[in-house]
Write a protein that binds this ligand. Sequence first.
Ligand SMILES: CC(C)(COP(=O)(O)OP(=O)(O)OC[C@H]1O[C@@H](n2cnc3c(N)ncnc32)[C@H](O)[C@@H]1OP(=O)(O)O)[C@@H](O)C(=O)NCCC(=O)NCCS
Length: 148
Amino acid sequence: MITEGIIFERAAMSDIAAVHALEQRCFPAPWRREFFESEVITPGRFNLVARREGVIIAYLFAAWIVDEMHINKIAVDAGARRQGIALALMERCTAFAVEQGVTSIWLEVRQSNEEAQQFYHVLNFEPEYIRKGYYPDGEAAVVMTRDL
Ligand SMILES: CC(C)(COP(=O)(O)OP(=O)(O)OC[C@H]1O[C@@H](n2cnc3c(N)ncnc32)[C@H](O)[C@@H]1OP(=O)(O)O)[C@@H](O)C(=O)NCCC(=O)NCCS
């Protein structure tokens, strides 16, 4: 694992400009900056950033209600992929979820995003069902879940 030297911490409002810039590079239909600003001040959220040499290279935004955790966003800068960084973000999120008494984690992933689906498969997520027309451009989402 090459996550040595990477600092993982809860996202703050001052991180949002960098998170949003990374979001725009990573997603075809990125969240607006205001979505991130709202998430970072909403209770019941677990939002993490990963920094290398002070620069944000990855983030995970999640929400939990009672016994369910939902991964809203996870992304790693293209130049920092396949180094276990997303895995490290998910491990931290899962550990936090367990502490809160969460029993299942849910997420949506584009049907065409086979790489992300493979990543989730490695983490023992199972495809649950297809949600048609979920994304703004009409693409379907695969809803995936993992019991804790
Ligand atoms: C999906 C994503 C978050 C994975 O981040 P990452 O830090 O590269 O993932 P990791 O290095 O932790 O990968 C862990 C394991 O998952 C699997 N995996 C990760 N990316 C993969 C890929 N592109 N293809 C196939 N398997 C992959 C591998 O088994 C990998 O282990 P290995 O590198 O030892 O083979 C990253 O590719 C990304 O940001 N993509 C663009 C945004 C996105 O699609 N987010 C998810 C939206 S639902």
